[in-house]
Design a protein around this ligand. Structure first.
Ligand code: G3P
Length: 226
C-alpha cells in the first residue's frame, strides 16, 4: 500500500514526510487554491520538501485535449522529478491521455466515479486511476465497491495501472479500500494521523514509561552509552 498526502500545505507535507512512510503528494485545483499563492511556487516548494524521487501528482485545468497536453508539458518541464499529471476522465481528457502516453509523460486519471471510467483511462495510458470514494458514497453509491470493481477489472484484463483511491472522510473507508487490494490511497493529514490513533496505544506507552521511571527514574534507555 502506498500512502500519498492529499494537500498542498507545506507544513502538513513536512510533518507527514518526517513521520510516516509517504510515497508522494497529490493536489488538485481546489487544494491548490486553498493556499492562495503562486501555483508554480507551491509545486516547487513541495518538490523541494519531498525530493525528486517521491511522486507528485498535479492536476490539469483545461477541458480541451490540446490545452491539457500543453499544461502537462509545461508542468513536466517546470516541476520535473517523479511527476504525474492528473487528468479528469472526460472525453477530451482521454484524448489527452493517449497523446501524453506517446510523449512519455506519466498520467493519473482522476475524478473517477465508475469502474468503466477507470478501465478506459487505463487503456488510454493512465498509470494511476483515482476513484473518489467519499464523493461516491455521498451520492448514495458505494465507493469501496467501485474501487473493488476496478481492482477486479485490472486483474481480469492484465492491466498494469494502479488504483490511487482518493476522497476519504474517515479511516473505515481507507481500511475497506485497502482490503480490496487497491495499491495506493491519497488522504489528508488528519486521516493520516487517525490511521494510527488509539487511546489504548497511548495508555500503554504511558504505562511503559511510568513503570520504567518508577524504578530507574527519569531518563533515557540509552543513558549508559551516552
Ligand atoms: O484527490 C481528489 C480528492 O482531493 C477529492 O477529495 O475530499 O474533495 O472529495 P474530496
Amino acid at each position: 500500500m502506498l500512502y500519498l498526502l492529499d494537500t498542498a500545505n507545506l507544513e502538513q507535507i513536512k510533518r507527514a514526510f518526517d513521520l510516516y512512510p509517504m510515497s508522494g503528494v497529490t493536489t488538485n485545483p481546489t487544494i491548490i487554491s486553498k493556499e492562495n499563492r503562486s501555483f508554480i511556487q507551491i509545486l516547487k516548494d513541495i518538490r523541494n520538501i519531498i525530493g525528486e524521487d517521491k511522486m507528485l501528482h498535479v492536476q490539469s485545468l483545461s477541458k480541451k485535449a490540446e490545452d491539457i497536453v500543453k499544461e502537462a508539458e509545461y508542468l513536466n518541464e517546470t516541476i520535473g522529478g517523479n511527476l504525474y499529471i492528473k487528468i479528469p476522465v472526460i472525453p477530451e481528457g482521454i484524448k489527452a491521455m493517449k497523446i501524453l502516453k506517446e510523449k512519455g509523460i506519466k498520467i493519473t486519471a482522476t475524478a473517477i466515479f465508475t469502474a468503466e471510467q477507470a478501465l478506459m483511462a487505463a487503456i488510454a495510458g493512465a498509470e494511476f486511476v483515482a476513484p473518489y470514494v467519499n464523493r461516491i458514497d455521498n451520492i448514495s453509491g458505494d465507493g469501496v465497491d467501485v474501487v473493488a470493481q476496478i481492482v477486479q477489472l485490472f486483474e481480469l484484463h492484465n492491466i498494469d495501472a494502479k488504483v490511487l483511491a482518493a476522497s476519504f472522510k474517515n479511516v473505515q473507508q481507507v481500511h475497506e479500500v485497502a482490503l480490496t487490494g487497491a495499491q495506493s490511497v491519497t488522504i489528508n493529514a488528519e486521516i493520516m494521523d487517525k490511521l494510527l490513533a488509539h487511546p489504548l496505544t497511548d495508555w500503554s506507552v504511558d504505562q511503559f514509561v511510568n513503570d520504567w521511571e518508577s524504578v530507574y527514574g527519569e531518563g533515557k534507555l540509552t543513558l549508559d552509552v551516552e
